[in-house]
Ligand binder design. Structure first.
Ligand code: IPE
Ligand code: IPE
Ligand code: MG
Length: 248
């Protein structure tokens, strides 16, 4: 067993880990390869981290795979990423199902090409009764898109007389987010040495512990995940209170 894994306190695991999988393009360029080569190798990391999270008993894993802004990348890269998504899901769905993993998708599915949306819907359906790890893929997702959508839908309900303005509280707002079924992430990891959120889960990360590593996504493996969890476990989460107040 990995020495790092042994150090993890199993009673203090985050329920929900969110990851900005960044650095595929640079990883490939550094090897003199095309950016798509990096995305291709990034899939191996996804497989490894999903497996590692499931083994640990993490309940929710959200992976930022494609942002609203990523649609503005060169067409060949966007198409390459969509094709990689479809072929990966096709290849992996059986093993996800066997491992009791339930797939979810958050993001603007209407933006996806039909063939990708159909493949995803099929995988969502196949895994819908699974009770193990919830694997949440953020695809064509951005925090601002999600919040805008929530505001519009709330306004619509108010207009129809189904909702009172006075009744709108955090619970109601939560219901209109695409993450309504999931607890907020306690730990957010970003790979590749960038220190920003890039429009990821803007509302849900309010009190997440942030962990940044220089490791590029295609090199990120279980041991890197364990390091992040150990770092998280050494933090004091105060939620606005003082340190003294936390000692009960
Ligand atoms: C992350 O890697 C994957 C996606 C955004 C789809 P990048 O493609 O952003 O890689 P870098 O940041 O350019 O190295
Ligand atoms: C964030 O990475 C989105 C994903 C990892 C899917 P980007 O590479 O798109 O973010 P920026 O442009 O560096 O902020
Ligand atoms: Mg990037």
């Amino acid at each position: 067993m990995s020495a790092l894994l042994e150090k993890i306190d199993k009673s203090k695991l985050p329920r929900h880990i969110a990851i900005i999988m960044d650095g595929n393009g640079r990883w490939a360029k550094e090897k003199g390869e095309d950016r798509l080569f990096g995305h291709f190798h990034g899939v191996e990391s996804v497989r490894n981290i999903v497996e590692g999270s499931a083994e640990l008993g993490i309940e929710y894993l959200t992976l930022y795979a494609f942002s609203t802004e990523n649609w503005d990348r060169p067409e060949y890269e966007v198409i390459g990423l969509m094709e990689l998504l479809v072929s990966t899901i096709r290849k992996e769905v059986e093993s996800l199902d066997k491992n009791n993993i339930r797939l979810h998708v958050i993001g603007d599915m209407n933006m996806l090409p039909d063939y990708a949306r159909n493949e995803l819907n099929e995988a969502l359906d196949i895994t819908k009764d699974n009770t193990g790890l919830n694997l949440i893929m953020a695809l064509s997702y951005s925090g601002r898109w999600e919040l805008l959508n929530a505001v519009k839908n709330i306004a619509h309900e108010v207009k129809l007389g189904k909702l009172n303005v006075e009744a709108i509280d955090e619970n109601i707002l939560q219901r209109f987010l695409c993450t309504s079924e999931f607890p907020d992430p306690e730990l957010m990891i970003r790979t590749s040495g960038e220190f920003r959120i890039s429009n990821f889960l803007l509302y849900q990360l309010a009190y997440a512990e942030l962990y940044f590593t220089n490791v590029r996504w295609p090199d990120f493996r279980k041991n890197n995940l364990y390091e992040a969890i150990l770092d998280y476990q050494a933090r004091e989460r105060r939620f606005g209170k003082t340190s003294d107040q936390l000692v009960t």
